[in-house]
Write a protein that binds this ligand. Structure first.
Ligand code: 3PG
Length: 376
């Protein structure tokens, strides 16, 4: 039993104005969308609502308040015709909504361009609510943000979870109780956001592989020379973990100089940019014997092009019989690039939201839907 209502329960959608909160926070370079996984994952819901004759108003935010969602709307048009409105509130928006035919789709401008979104403003939420009859949260991956479109709208309109939201919830709830032997493979940039996750999964994991940026922080706490590697400044809470026998750190690393080095033998000039071949080989046996794996990458400095380690691990995992759950923006980019999207149990659209949900079992957006206004 789910703790919130889902959109499959809505009796009549014909002619209803649906405020559909989606995650369209996509990587964009020179006005071109670089990865459309999140769009593709929201399509079944959009198509379902169109078939039922609803009027769909997509609401979403971009990474920064100054970014426009126009390039996203252009990309969305490859799949479904979407009219882009370069505003979030006001007469331009209300008149476009009034003219929207049954089955039509509009996308409003970046919600973050209005301060009320991040400030969780009731007045802003009321303005948004006036555009719709029903609210559907399909943005599980934004639901760790206590923003107006996530927290307030469910109090103002009959509210439901979308298909993707439902699927994220069900799969990640299951992932919190992994089948053993279970391995936990963690990369990314900063350890601070991952500590609650490490603490939650360590007792059930056979081993936790701490790689990428978090590993550098562990090295520092162990007293190793980390040279010019990205270390971060977060050490509290790590002291109790750093000698835990279940935690495995990379044995070797690729350095910016192109050399491979043991991680306990760095000089002050060295910088770690990826995991090394011995570390990759060391993971192989564990990936083969695992019944379940949780992977949150990347394990190298991905945005500077050091993707080899991440891709090698993904290929090994794609050959494994284990139940594999993963997420995080750069991980998804690699999976798409390697055409491995269908080879894993579940790929979450979430980055921070996935981590928070796995660590705590809930999110502000989940709680808001639980207490939502009654449906039709
Ligand atoms: C993400 O990319 O993880 C989500 O879209 C959340 O983005 P945010 O950190 O900008 O809120």
């Amino acid at each position: 039993m789910l703790p919130f209502r889902t959109m499959g329960e809505i009796k009549d959608l014909k002619g209803k104005r649906v405020l559909l909160r989606v995650d369209l926070n996509l990587p964009i370079k020179n006005g071109i969308v670089q990865n459309d996984f999140r769009i593709r994952r929201s399509l079944p819901t959009v198509q379902f609502l169109r078939k039922k004759g609803a009027k769909i108003i997509l609401i979403a935010y971009a990474n920064k308040s100054t970014d426009s969602l126009k390039p996203v709307a252009q990309h969305f048009n490859r799949f479904v015709r979407v009219g882009f409105i370069p505003a979030v509130t006001g007469s331009l928006v209300s008149s476009a909504v009034n003219k929207l035919p049954n089955g039509g789709v509009l996308l409003l401008e970046n919600l973050r361009s209005v301060r009320g979104e991040e400030m969780n403003s009731l007045n802003f939420a009321k303005e948004l609510a006036s555009l719709g009859d029903i609210y559907i949260n399909e943005a599980f991956s934004n639901s760790h943000r206590a923003y107006a479109s996530i927290m307030r709208l469910p109090k103002l309109l009959p509210s439901y979870a979308g298909f993707l939201f439902e699927s994220e919830y069900k799969n990640l709830i299951k992932a919190r109780k992994p089948k053993k032997p279970f391995y936990f493979i963690l990369g990314g940039a900063k350890v601070e956001t991952k500590l609650p996750l490490i603490k939650y999964f360590l007792p059930v994991a056979k081993k936790a592989f701490i790689l990428g940026g978090p590993a550098n922080t562990f090295f520092k706490v162990r007293g190793y020379e980390t040279g010019k590697s990205v270390v971060g400044g977060f050490f509290t809470g790590l002291k109790s973990l750093v000698n835990n026998k279940k935690i495995s750190l990379p044995k070797d690393a690729l350095l910016l100089s192109g050399k491979i080095s043991r991680t306990d033998g760095l000089s002050r000039e060295d910088k770690i940019v990826d995991i090394g071949p011995e570390t990759i080989r060391g993971l192989k046996g564990c990936i083969q014997e695992a019944k379940s794996i949780l992977f949150n990458g990347p394990v190298g400095i991905y945005d500077e092009g050091f993707s080899h380690g991440t891709e090698e691990l993904l290929k090994m995992m794609a050959r494994s019989k284990a139940k594999i759950v993963m997420g995080g923006g750069d991980t998804v980019v690699s999976v798409t690039k390697l055409k491995l999207e269908n080879r894993f149990t579940f790929i979450s659209t979430g980055g921070g939201a996935m981590l928070e949900f796995l660590a705590t079992g809930t999110l502000p957006g989940v709680e808001a839907l639980k207490k939502a206004k009654n449906g039709f």
